[in-house]
Write a protein that binds this ligand. Structure first.
Ligand SMILES: [Zn+2]
Length: 486
């Protein structure tokens, strides 16, 4: 797309919109905090992944060479607890849920990142950084652990916009007597019985959570790069601590733009907002939702709110997204019929094509996306285009060129959001289809295995039943699960 780069983005560091100015012209490095792999992903994870996938798509469509890094946290307290409860090695648990994550992301149209590093593969890099911090006087040992001394890092609190005193008054009283300051955080934990551990200069142990993102982002993107993203819940303390670690170690400015997406709220029947949580029983995994809605509908639902706003979640709102998706595909189906199968190039990169009548729509879409990735406004343009296409299809005198250009542009713009990626026939078939292909069956078997590992036997039984109703019989054996059609 030959167009001057004109993106404005909201930088959490400083809390204002700024023009995107790259360190190296034409290139962007972006790091996003990924998931802790001990359970299925929920709608909150879906949001952060879809949001940053869309941002990366748009940066690429603007002609930038993007390096996108997204990690897996594959060692932490929750992973160890879950694996110990199941009497399995922690790697078996994490590998299962990395696999489940990839299946979910594929269904949501989220592309693989260029690098997907795992924490346990980067212990040497983490230890190197911790060693730097100790040598610079920013970290200290206590009770066999290594802690970061936050009051020795001058700009601690800059991202969250608070000074040390404010942060301290708001923090819970910490019972760890080895810390010099309650806000100090652990970089390396001494090994405990029944926990995985690795050798280090400070004895056997494992890394604290924050250090992995600092070490892995520097390894793959360098000690300074452009964009760091994640959910709003990570801004403090995780991202504040990441900055202290990385800049404390390198002595250089680290990240230019900090992007944070908002929370997901569940709307109750009485219209009140509550936080999604397992204990409230309003917790939705991506695969719960995929059983009822195509992944593209979930994607439309997520992108229909601006990424920084709270996202309200309810089945009514999901149904509305489903109807919206139907409307877009109906317009494509109508045009296809009218054009008698005129071939349509889907998802080709935008170029200097003369879009004639449609140039204004394209401009409005791009202006919306340039404005801090305003996807709801961009989606509104898609709906207007669908309406216009319907009108043209119903008009005897409309020109074939005008309709086919509208269809092509609609598909190309929607593809920048990861939408309208399939054929309308396939989309509507998918909504009614009950037949399962081999790949669907394998994915369901994988989901059932993950459910069993998560001790969610109800879900495992539900999947077995779903397969049985589709005429698929499972056979469990030591070597794994096989299936046959009944
Ligand atoms: Zn992180």
């Amino acid at each position: 797309m030959k167009r001057a780069l004109n993106i404005q983005l909201f930088n959490s560091m400083g809390r204002k919109k700024e023009p995107l100015q790259l360190r190296v012209a034409g290139q962007v490095g972006i790091y996003v905090c990924g998931v802790t792999v001990y359970d299925y992903c929920h709608i909150g994870h879906a949001r952060v992944m879809v949001v940053f996938d869309t941002i990366v798509r748009y940066l690429r469509a603007c002609g930038l060479k993007v390096t996108y890094v997204r990690n897996f946290t594959d060692i932490d307290d929750k992973i160890i607890q879950r694996a110990n409860a199941l009497h399995i090695p922690f790697q078996q648990l994490t590998e299962t849920f990395i696999e489940a994550f990839q299946v979910d992301m594929q269904a949501l149209g989220v592309a693989r990142a260029d690098r997907e590093p795992k924490a346990t593969d980067h212990l040497a890099e983490m230890q190197q950084m911790i060693d730097n911090l100790i040598r610079k006087g920013l970290a200290y040992p206590g009770g066999g652990d290594i802690f970061y001394a936050v009051d020795r890092f001058q700009s601690y609190g800059q991202l969250s916009g608070k000074n040390l005193a404010e942060l301290q008054s708001g923090s819970r009283v910490d019972v760890d007597t080895h810390k010099q300051n309650p806000l100090d955080f652990v970089l390396w934990k001494k090994a405990k019985p029944d926990e995985p551990h690795w050798p280090s200069p400070w004895g056997e142990g494992r890394p604290g959570w924050h250090i992995e993102c600092s070490a892995m982002s520097c390894k793959y993107l360098g000690e300074s790069f452009d964009i760091h993203g994640g959910g709003m819940d990570l801004l403090f303390p995780h991202h504040e601590n990441e900055i202290a670690q990385t800049e404390g170690s390198s002595g250089q400015p680290w990240v230019r733009y900090w992007l944070h997406n908002g929370f997901v709220n569940v709307l109750t029947d009485s219209g009140e907002r509550e936080k999604m949580s397992k204990s409230l029983g309003n917790f939705f995994t991506i695969r719960d939702l995929l059983a009822h809605y195509p992944g593209e509908v979930l994607r439309l639902f997520i992108l229909n709110s601006h990424y920084r706003s709270p996202l309200d979640f309810s089945s009514e709102l999901l149904d509305a997204a489903r109807h919206g998706m139907d409307r877009l595909y109906s317009a494509l189906a109508g045009a296809k019929k009218r054009l008698q199968e005129l071939p349509v190039a889907a998802a080709a990169p935008l170029d200097d094509t003369d879009w004639g009548h449609w140039a204004e729509e394209m401009e409005r879409f791009l202006v919306a996306m340039d404005d801090d990735f305003n996807t709801p406004q961009a989606i509104a343009v898609l709906f207007e285009m669908a309406k216009q296409i319907n009108r043209l299809v119903a008009t005897e005198t409309a020109s074939v060129q005008e309709i086919s250009q509208g269809v092509q542009l609609l598909r190309q713009l929607a593809a920048l959001l990861g939408l309208l990626t399939t054929d309308p026939d396939h989309y509507f078939h998918q909504l009614t289809s009950t037949g399962l292909g081999d790949a669907d069956i394998d994915a369901l078997i994988q989901q059932r295995l993950a459910a069993r590992l998560a001790r969610n036997f109800q879900e495992a039984d539900r999947i077995r039943q779903q397969l049985l109703e589709a005429g698929i019989v499972l056979q469990d054996a030591k070597e794994g699960t096989t299936w046959r059609r009944s």
